[in-house]
Design a binder for this molecule. Structure first.
Ligand SMILES: C[S@@+](CC[C@H](N)C(=O)[O-])C[C@H]1O[C@@H](n2cnc3c(N)ncnc32)[C@H](O)[C@@H]1O
Length: 295
């Protein structure tokens, strides 16, 4: 997987262009990336060095989120757009929480991604250190929510009658073209998944926004979008706050409400949390929020 010679590229993996999942893996110091991804990642980081800290802050949000939801009694996670596994994945955080509170690990996690390398890598990680009775990964597309849901349930790992935490972490700012190849169908796909979730479920999101960021960072985001749009596997879409927030629909907002990544429940930080400090929370460019389906 980490062998970087071009001839070891697995079948079905497109290395003609950088992939969002593999470049993100590169920002986080992973090895599931190829020269095309690293060359692009380096170009991006030269223009916008802060992006690596943004990626780490996003992972730290995921960490606090899973810790928090575990404390709320959530025992099922559907992690969509989960990416290439890196340190501190959802199943590991949930299992650590169980052990810390004296429970036998009992949380079920299904990872979903449409990028073959993310899925292949997750299979390896789960084979080596997961528990196949509780953890699984499927290749599915958020833009086909009914198919995604059916296949997630077909794993037998999730009970559709019990609350599920649907994680959409740093996914919806990847443009989600519909059948016309242009119109973004991310919000309608999320709306359908909200309908499918049973009562008591949660939906958690983080999303890059260009609203309310410092002017120089706003300029970086313009350039970042241009670079992804012209060179990578997917375009970027930096939504305004109200457009991100609308994707929670009528779910009840969990305190503290929508905020910048570092501001979401810092008190939930675990013992292994990286400390990333930004000049202001707005420099983190990630808008984060969690809602609960009450009925
Ligand atoms: C920036 S990464 C985020 C990874 C992880 N959620 C995190 O926050 O660390 C975005 C991931 O979303 C995945 N993704 C984007 N659109 C998707 C879709 N329509 N269906 C499934 N996965 C998708 C990409 O392949 C990529 O792995």
């Amino acid at each position: 997987m980490g062998d970087r010679t071009p001839e070891t590229v697995p079948e079905g993996v497109d290395v003609s262009r950088p992939s969002v999942a593999r470049v993100y893996d590169y920002y986080l110091g992973g090895s599931a990336n190829w020269a095309v991804d690293r060359e692009f990642g380096d170009r991006v980081l030269r223009k916008f060095p802060l992006l690596r800290d943004v990626a780490i802050a996003n992972r730290m949000f995921l960490n606090r989120l899973v810790r928090y939801l575990s404390k709320q009694g959530i025992r099922q996670f559907l992690d969509v757009g989960a990416g290439v596994p890196t340190a501190g994945n959802t199943h590991q955080i949930a299992d650590e929480m169980a052990v810390a509170s004296g429970r036998t690990p009992d949380t079920h996690v299904v990872y979903v991604d449409y990028e073959p390398i993310a899925v292949a890598h997750a299979e390896i990680v789960l084979d080596q250190e997961g528990n196949t009775d509780r953890h699984g990964v499927i290749k599915a597309d958020l833009r086909e929510p009914d198919d995604l849901w059916a296949r997630a349930m077909a794993t037998g790992l999730l009970d559709p009658d019990e609350p599920i935490a649907l994680l959409l972490i740093a996914v919806l700012h990847v443009h989600q073209p519909g059948a016309d190849g242009v119109t973004d169908i991310g919000p309608e796909s999320v709306a359908r998944l909200r309908e499918l979730l049973p009562a008591g479920s949660y939906l958690a999101m983080s999303h890059i926004t260009d609203e309310g960021v410092p002017p120089e960072v706003g300029e970086n985001l313009v350039e970042l979008k241009r670079m992804y749009d012209t060179s990578s596997s997917s375009n970027g879409i930096w939504r305004a706050h109200r457009d991100v927030e609308a994707m929670l629909g009528d779910f009840e907002m969990v305190a503290p409400g929508w905020c910048w990544l570092p501001q979401w429940r810092p008190e939930e930080s675990g013992p292994n949390a990286h400390s990333i400090s930004f000049a202001t929370p707005n420099h983190a460019v990630g808008w984060a929020g969690v809602g609960r389906k009450s009925r």
